[in-house]
Design a protein around this ligand. Structure first.
Ligand code: BES
Ligand code: ZN
Ligand code: ZN
Length: 471
């Protein structure tokens, strides 16, 4: 965690963020150290690492001429190497000071340090736990800003943990129970519908996907409502909670396409993480998070291609591919959300391979019916948190691709525009401003990308928090 405390620049492990190497003259480095610093900077090194025997000093050069969001990202990334050096030498804490103009620089660097520090090692018999636990800063940054960032990091950790947890350790009931724990910790309310309630409500999409499973589905409703929220109508976030996606009877081939499918509830982990961070920071927004959850398996009674399913709102679906299951459970959640009359609804889902193929893990595919200014605000948050959005078209013509001969709609489109037809399917269940985020690309990565550790990234948590904070 990040802590405010006095820094001893002569004793602590120290990181100095600076715009100019000249300033290092004032730090009382020994002659040979100073000439080492100069020679390293001539080699164009952006981080200069001094091994001072019982401690390390890192000088991180900050480029002030680039855009704000790029500078912040450079700092988060620079922190990643510092993190591995400190851990490999078993240090517990590091102090960070900034010779730069922006308070945000200190925060961005600390954020990168702690996000890089994440590990998922609960199931290892011999745990090599990272030693680093504390980042010390000492300047006029308010305590509330530090608490807020600690809360965000905690929320990202929660989200990554949930996604990294495999399906045999986390079914839909476990997922909902974990949300309950998060609710108690952060101070928001939660209601969990069990299979009986879901059946009474006739959530046909969620029940259909659940038919091949031995575990019951859940539907979680999380709500954070401060006394006088700045929004009259709530913001609603919805997350896909497929705890494992085998593809169902339209089975995914293995190895390869099924191996990582424990990540198919990453949308649900993102919305839970977001409401967690919002509640912890006591942001003045009324926020509701919905999660329909089940695994998708080809069990003996599994829904079969060709089945016609009646959704929660009465829409009939000709279900032609059981691997397009995310939209079936989300359709019910989006229709259910109408009762809240959302100011705006954002869903997050590892929905299509098409989205992942189109832009890769570098970004989130976005689309929707919300007005451009609000979509733009989300894109701005995307830049600021570096969880960037690439907006896809949402033209009427795509609707044609979902037409069915025998029901209101098919659950698959044609061979093209797969990410968009999935979004179009979902939009049919909305009557409010809507943004769909397909996170299939960035939710889970097979090698680390700087402070995004290997495996679950927690993508969406920081994005949503920033968006609700800046509304
Ligand atoms: N969970 C998958 C999408 C996915 C792919 C997530 C890769 C993460 C990484 C989703 O349920 C799926 O299988 N979608 C199908 C839809 C198709 C059958 C219309 C796909 O993308 O192939
Ligand atoms: Zn699928
Ligand atoms: Zn899926």
């Amino acid at each position: 965690m990040i802590k405010k405390s006095t820094i001893n620049i002569n004793k602590d492990n120290l990181v100095i963020l600076t715009t100019s190497i000249e300033k290092m003259k004032e730090y009382g480095f020994k002659k040979e150290q100073h000439s080492f610093i100069l020679s390293e900077s001539k080699l164009d090194k952006k981080t200069i690492q001094l091994n001072c025997l019982n401690r390390y000093v890192f000088i991180v050069l900050v480029d002030n001429k680039i855009e704000d969001y790029k500078r912040k990202e450079q700092l988060r990334r620079a922190a990643c190497n510092v993190n591995s050096t400190l851990n490999s030498h078993h240090f517990k804490s590091v102090s960070v000071i900034a010779e730069t103009l922006h308070d945000e620089d200190l925060l961005a660097f600390s954020e990168g340090l702690l996000l890089s520090n994440y590990q998922f090692i609960n199931y290892k018999s011999k745990q090599e736990k990272n030693s680093l636990s504390t980042v010390i800063i000492d300047n006029n940054i308010s305590k509330s800003k530090i608490d807020e960032l600690n809360g965000i990091i905690e929320a990202v950790y929660e989200s990554r943990n949930l996604v990294n947890e495999p399906a045999n350790k986390l079914n839909a009931v476990d997922l909902a129970n974990h949300f309950k724990k998060m609710a108690n910790k952060a101070g928001f309310s939660i209601q969990i519908f069990n299979k009986q309630k879901i059946t009474e409500l006739k959530m046909g999409g969620l029940l259909a996907v659940n038919k091949g499973s031995v575990d019951p589905p859940t539907f979680s409703i999380m709500e954070y409502k401060p006394k006088n929220p700045k929004n009259k109508k709530p913001y609603v976030i919805v997350g896909k909670g497929i705890t494992y996606d085998t593809g169902g009877l339209s089975l995914k081939p293995t190895p390869g396409s099924m191996d990582l499918m424990k990540c198919d509830m990453a949308g649900s982990a993102a919305v839970a993480g977001a409401i967690y961070a919002v509640a912890k920071a006591k942001l003045n927004v009324h926020l509701i998070a919905l999660v329909p959850a089940t695994d998708n398996r080809p069990g003996f009674n599994a829904f079969a291609p060709g089945d016609i399913i009646t959704m929660y709102d009465g829409t009939t679906i000709e279900m032609l591919n059981s691997d397009a299951e995310g939209r079936m459970i989300l359709g019910d959640a989006l229709a259910y959300a109408k009762k809240f009359k959302p100011e705006l609804l954002i869903d997050l889902a590892t929905l299509t391979g098409a989205a992942a193929n189109a832009i890769g893990p570098q970004g989130i595919v976005s689309m929707g019916t919300a007005d451009e200014p609000i979509h733009q605000k989300l894109k701005d948050s995307g830049k600021s948190t570096y969880e960037r959005l690439a907006e896809f078209p949402f033209w009427d013509e795509y609707d044609e691709l979902l037409k069915s001969d025998i029901a209101d709609m098919k659950n698959i489109g044609g061979p093209v525009a797969g990410a968009i037809t999935a979004g179009k399917f979902l939009a049919k269940f909305t009557d409010y401003p809507y943004i769909h985020l397909d996170i299939a690309g960035p939710a889970f990565i097979t090698s680390a990308n700087y402070y995004q550790t290997k495996g679950a990234t927690g993508v969406g948590v920081r994005l949503l928090f920033d968006f609700f904070k800046n509304l």
